[in-house]
Design a protein around this ligand. Structure first.
Ligand SMILES: O=C(O)CCC(=O)C(=O)O
Ligand SMILES: [Fe+2]
Length: 371
């Protein structure tokens, strides 16, 4: 029996301050999954660890890279026509709010019952309008009366599960905050750590008459960020609800609002507590399966253990509560394939998989300077 450990960074240093979006721009760089390299492996074009250039572990990396995975969208959004443009929004102490909000007096009345949005930084909670400038309300103070809203949110949950590559998982959407931005409002680059079971965020922008306020979601690999303009280019933001979804560990920012008011509802996308399921594998072709099983067995026979770096960041809480059922995106697919192949291996060549948190410390000596 061999042990194999995978690695996840628990970047969430504000575990004690879980209910705020986490901004760490005050700090120097912290290790991110993509910054980590296995000293015994090299990365292929598609980011798979390949082992040491040849041998069964190298082959296993190549084969794993060929296995079909659920098509996962990194961040997606657009108009959401199954959420009504007239949600019947009301706020405690103010009553019905007509959308879009265009009158300054109405916006100011809303701001008076809201609080300035805070954000998490390390163990602290701060407000600093140079980092985050918006107004927010707890969901308990917000009601949505149109019955079509709840039905629309149920449909949204199914659509989102599908696009995130977990089509059979009954994910849930929890309303987390109501947000209002006025001219000058924005939110600097941060990651979300709102609730324990959350793994992604849904932003629903209510019909809003505004300019600016794009949600920009950054990718770890230097690829172009995904920009959500919530219907502005199409001239529809005032007349329909628009949405955006991103993984909670993806860095994102809201660009400054340059005119008008922007209203949004932020939902946490959470794994189901009771029935979290690990991923199912897509049909792997028979030959690939045989090759992978043989290669995994060959790795076991060399007496080596191996590790696989995760692409996403995870909190300790998620991993402790859900194990591999809490994995996201490509990590989920790779782990599903490995588990399936491993389960079919001869008993004495079967691996046990562990999820481990690892830290890498690198020291550089010498006078060569920066290359
Ligand atoms: O206003 C938005 O679109 C997103 C706000 C945000 O990033 C957050 O509340 O964490
Ligand atoms: Fe956020």
């Amino acid at each position: 029996m061999e042990d194999s450990d995978s690695e996840a960074y628990d970047y969430d240093e504000n575990d004690h301050c879980d209910n705020y979006d986490h901004y760490d721009g005050y700090d120097d760089l912290k290790p991110q999954p993509s910054d980590c390299e296995d000293s015994g492996s090299e990365a292929s074009d598609h980011g798979m660890p390949l082992g040491q250039g040849h041998g069964p572990l190298h082959d296993l990396g190549l084969l794993l890279g060929q296995a079909p995975t659920e098509r996962v969208e990194f961040s997606f959004g657009g108009e959401i026509d199954f959420l009504p443009a007239a949600p019947g929004l009301s706020i405690d102490g103010l009553g019905h709010i007509a959308l879009p909000v265009v009158e300054d007096a109405q916006a100011e009345a809303i701001m008076r019952v809201c609080e300035q949005s805070p954000f998490g930084h390390g163990l602290e909670t701060r407000t600093d309008t140079s980092v985050r400038n918006s107004w927010e309300l707890d969901p308990a103070k917000v009601s949505i009366h149109n019955p079509a809203w709840g039905a629309g949110i149920d449909i949204a949950a199914m659509m989102i599960a599908d696009k995130l590559g977990v089509p059979n998982v009954p994910i849930s959407l929890h309303l987390y905050k109501f947000l209002l931005y006025k001219e000058g409002g924005h939110f600097a680059k941060h990651r979300d750590t709102k609730e324990d079971d959350m793994f992604a965020t849904l932003v629903v922008q209510l019909p809003s008459e505004h300019q600016g306020g794009e949600l920009v979601v950054y990718r770890d690999d230097a690829a172009e960020p995904v920009r959500h303009d919530f219907g502005q280019a199409a001239g529809k933001s005032a007349y329909a609800c628009h949405y955006a979804v991103h993984y909670a560990d993806a860095e994102h920012a809201v660009t400054p609002i340059t005119r008008g008011y922007r209203l949004a509802l932020v939902y946490s996308i959470c794994w189901p507590r009771s029935s979290a399921q690990p991923a199912e594998t897509r049909d792997i072709n028979k030959q690939l399966k045989t090759d992978m099983a043989e290669t995994l067995t060959a790795v076991a026979r060399t007496g080596r253990s191996f590790h696989l770096f995760f692409d996403h960041a995870y909190t300790t809480k998620t991993i402790e509560a859900l194990g591999i059922a809490g994995l996201k995106g490509i990590d989920r697919s790779r782990m599903a394939v490995l588990s399936e192949i491993n389960a079919a291996a001869p008993g004495d060549a079967r691996f046990a998989f562990f999820i481990a948190e690892a830290e890498m410390h690198a020291n550089f000596y010498g006078t060569a300077g920066w290359l």
